[in-house]
Design a protein around this ligand. Sequence first.
Ligand code: PLP
Length: 411
Amino acid sequence: MTDLAINGGPEAAADLEIPRWPQCTETSKEYVLDSLESEKWCRIIDGADWVDRFEEEFAEFHDAEHAIAVSNGTVAIELALRACGVKPGDEVLVPAYTFIASASAIACMGAVPKFVDVDPDTFNLDPESVREEITADTVGIVGVHFGGYPMDMDELLPIVEEHELFLIEDAAHAQGSAWRGERVGTFGDFGTFSFQQSKALPAGEGGIVVTDDDVLAEEARLVHNIGRAVGAGYKHTMLASNYRLPELQGALLCAQLEKLPEENERRQRNEELLVSELETIDGIHTLRADDRITDRGYCVYNFRYDAEAFGGLSRDRFLEALTAEGVPASSGYGLPLYKQPAFSREQLGALVPPGTDIPVNRHRHLPGVEKIMRTNVRLSHTALLAEDDTVLAIPRAIRKIQENVDELLLE
Ligand SMILES: Cc1ncc(COP(=O)(O)O)c(C=O)c1O
């Protein structure tokens, strides 16, 4: 007799209703059609106004002075680095556990990404490790609000100030997150966001930078428009690339932004429900509760799995069993960034100036990151949009696996 779905039993989470993502709403159709019919599809065409409108609304949502929309979240980081004055050969700290773009953007500027350990209870930069990694060559930090969980700004900002570093907050995952009442992305010199299809504010592709600094904003605006002011015709005052967001994407983002606050409320409610149950399961570790986090955005929802409490069942086999029960879950990134072939000495050496000191990344071992690699269970933010309290099917499925773990250990 088998109970577990992986062995042919019934699914414990059959009632978990995860909505499809992204969603083409009536408002999305209306706004995109308006942009399409206007035949002004590029923001520098006279009368084009969807990207302008989105920038204004996004800046207002973040209580930021400026927002400059760009074509994706990767170039948003590059734009911010360039506006912060990063030069080839500079050293920039970045967490070793994040999507590659946070660090590859640094390398693509000819600078050296220096990988820092993260706290396995938050998945964010560990402040002590940040202090340890700073050298005379360090010019700034690209920090990540991983999964939408805000970095500890009380710890990070004094370090940035003390060492006169710039801070770019990679908030690709954190549309709507707030720390002590202020939206993330507005604490550092720049906040950068992604609107790629899987994100909580999706447009297929897209990105934005926000800043309160007038000078940085002007620089970023010039850079994003191939080195000229909007409306300056063919006069280019600096060498730069084209990072502009198309108008159709601007229209789509205006529509998607309208529904974000309500969706985040639902995600937060569901997360509270989920955590209250997950916390009672031996061997499941949710992220640290922190009162200073006053609002949450999400891209992924993470917790950690302790195999010992499941009779030694490997995390990967647990994930297979959980997915079979009807809970789509993954282990996250397969490699810490320092083990990515892209950050080998050879590859970095081709981008940085000759003579630059390049760490031998493949020999690094950062304990916080390695612990996450072994134990992470990742759900999409869409699981937190589940209808009613069907999200409780997730802890139910986990308990079922724990109670019937012998079925898997006997294999
Ligand atoms: C943390 C982080 N930063 C940056 C990016 C890059 O965004 P994009 O895919 O829009 O270039 C991503 C994308 O997933 C990300 O997860």
